[in-house]
Design a protein around this ligand. Sequence first.
Ligand code: NAD
Length: 250
Amino acid sequence: RTQGIPEVCVVTGAASGIGRACVEQLAFEARTVLAVDVVPMGQGSRPPGPNVHECIADLLDPASPGVIVAAAKAIGCPSILVHCAGITRHNDIEKLTNSDWEDVFRVNLFSAAGLIRAYVPEASGARNPSITLIGSVHAKASSGGAAAYAASKGALAAMTRSLAVELGGRGIRVNSVHPGAIDTPFLRSSARIARPNDVEGQVRDWAEAQPLGRLGTADDVAKVVRFLVSSEASFMTGAEVVVDGGLLAT
Ligand code: NAD
């Protein structure tokens, strides 16, 4: 049913970091991309190509899944969903408030579930449909101080496994990608909290602590996502792919 209609890749969290790199990697392959974020991609940097369409939406808005799927259908057939949008509230357990827990779960997990619910009926007829959820090494190991974030990412990994089984019969592959320390605004704001007076020193220390001696780049993750959504990965579903420069091996 999709012959002649462009297959659309929906990327959330598209204005920054890993999401933005995913948009660029997919656009580089001349794919049609719907770049979703609560803030515009722009501000100084050019949109990464004519095949990239922006959709400003707050994933916390219950109407956003309908808005996003309608925007994808307006430019083609929704086929690939990459959920990168994510937030953290790093704090000791005594200081994590109920609203911290709610914020983290609403953006990292519930918004993905809502979007998937709207996306699945549209994607079933696409050529190589897939869902890729960006988790974290915190889903698998922890250095502490991130209970809400780690729990949300662990739940995302569990959701990936369940959905892979449930949606396999409809040809929809579902995988999660678990980055380690990736140099993005997200990591830099964590560094600012960890060491407010020496952010660069904190970033340098984290880089030196990695087995590869450096932080990952957003492209390191986005290239793996690009592979996972491609037909090269057509027998991969339910996989949890770690992109962490060896961190979990330590
Ligand atoms: P980032 O902060 O650079 O980008 C996240 C984007 O999500 C931002 O553009 C933000 O506007 C968007 N976003 C947040 N809330 C939203 C909402 N309600 N609606 C729409 N968009 C919203 O972060 P990043 O480092 O690129 O992280 C991307 C993903 O990777 C996140 O899920 C994060 O948990 C995960 N991750 C990052 C790292 C890292 O070290 N950077 C490590 C492991 C996992």
